[in-house]
Design a protein around this ligand. Structure first.
Ligand code: C2E
Ligand code: MG
Ligand code: MG
Ligand code: MG
Length: 280
């Protein structure tokens, strides 16, 4: 503790910032053992074919049911779990839970159903043959790789000397789809698009939220969709909240949509009811 700098050092730590810092420490501590205690669960958000309105797949989104603080969303704890390394164990739980869930749905409701799961770049850093285990677990379940998609972000593909390229190729050889999440946020280099084999591109919702006829965002969406199709990827628009946005995206040639206009993330039984209705 630097005594010399005196009281002024603490001047900047407002009570609010102190409270936030304390909360981060608390949540980081509480994350330990949360998997074993069964505090995580997944909610599922439908992903819809724009042309037909059919639910083709869903994204699994993580929730933490904290015993005292209640339901906590990923924005509040994923970064903490990454910093402490606990994201690896949590990510393995997400994988197991998602595989079991999609297997059940494919058996009973929709034989071709696919579930997308989010993967932190840090899960690629653990060189533990994790991905061989994933492929082995899918085989043990009798589940084809195409039942799952893995969502990654651009940052992972830009990391130099990361083992991610090989690991992604390994997953993809097993039939697992690779989706690029939050596309368009943060990076201007597109060279990684030709370096990696990707199946799906998800346009970030920041481009979708202001879609208007004649707007720059619409021009960007059209350009992204054309480029992705040329590269053999299908396109999902994230954060579709209005019918007008849906219509513009459909007209622009976008394949799939996800957002509150179609459905919010929901527990498994609610998605099952939706699937039953969309089939029956
Ligand atoms: P994401 O992968 O881009 O997921 C989409 C987020 O947008 C979800 O937030 C979803 O609830 C929200 N969303 C969906 N439709 C709309 C809409 O129409 N409008 C608006 N405003 N938001 C919409 P959520 O569930 O809070 O997750 C936030 C982020 O946390 C995810 O962003 C993803 O990066 C991360 N995350 C979620 N689950 C996992 C996980 O299992 N593992 C890892 N590593 N990250 C996860
Ligand atoms: Mg995602
Ligand atoms: Mg996303
Ligand atoms: Mg996003």
């Amino acid at each position: 503790v630097a005594k010399d700098s005196g009281r002024n050092r603490y001047h900047y730590f407002t009570p609010e910032l102190q409270a936030q810092a304390r909360m981060r420490v608390r949540l980081t501590n509480d994350l330990r053992g949360a998997v074993e205690r069964g505090e995580f669960r997944l909610v599922y958000q439908p992903i819809v074919e724009l042309a037909s309105g059919r639910i083709l797949k869903a994204e699994a989104l993580l929730r933490w049911q904290h015993p005292q603080l209640g339901l906590i969303t990923p924005g509040e704890f994923i970064a903490l779990a990454e910093n402490s390394g606990q994201i690896v164990e949590i990510g393995e739980w997400v994988f197991r839970e998602s595989a079991a869930q999609v297997q059940a749905w494919r058996r009973t409701l929709a034989p071709q159903f696919q579930l997308s799961i989010n993967k932190s770049p840090l899960q690629f850093r653990a060189e533990t043959g994790v991905h061989s285990l994933w492929v082995a677990q899918l085989e043990a379940l009798g589940l084809p790789g195409s039942a799952l998609a893995v969502e990654i972000t651009e940052g992972l593909l830009l990391e130099r000397h990361s083992p991610a390229g090989e690991q992604l190729a390994h997953l993809r050889r097993a039939g697992i789809s690779i989706a690029l999440d939050d596309f368009g946020t943060g990076y201007s280099s597109l060279s990684y698009l030709q370096r990696y084999e990707l199946d799906e591109l998800k346009i970030d919702r920041s481009f979708v939220s202001n879609l208007q006829p004649g707007s720059k965002d619409l021009a960007l969406c059209k350009a992204i969709i054309t480029m992705a199709h040329e590269l053999g990827m299908r396109v999902v628009a994230e954060g579709v909240e209005t019918a007008a946005q849906r219509d513009l995206l459909l007209e622009a040639g976008c394949d799939l949509g996800q957002g509150y206009w179609f459905a919010r993330p929901m527990a498994a039984p609610a998605l099952e009811r939706l699937l039953e209705n969309s089939i029956g």
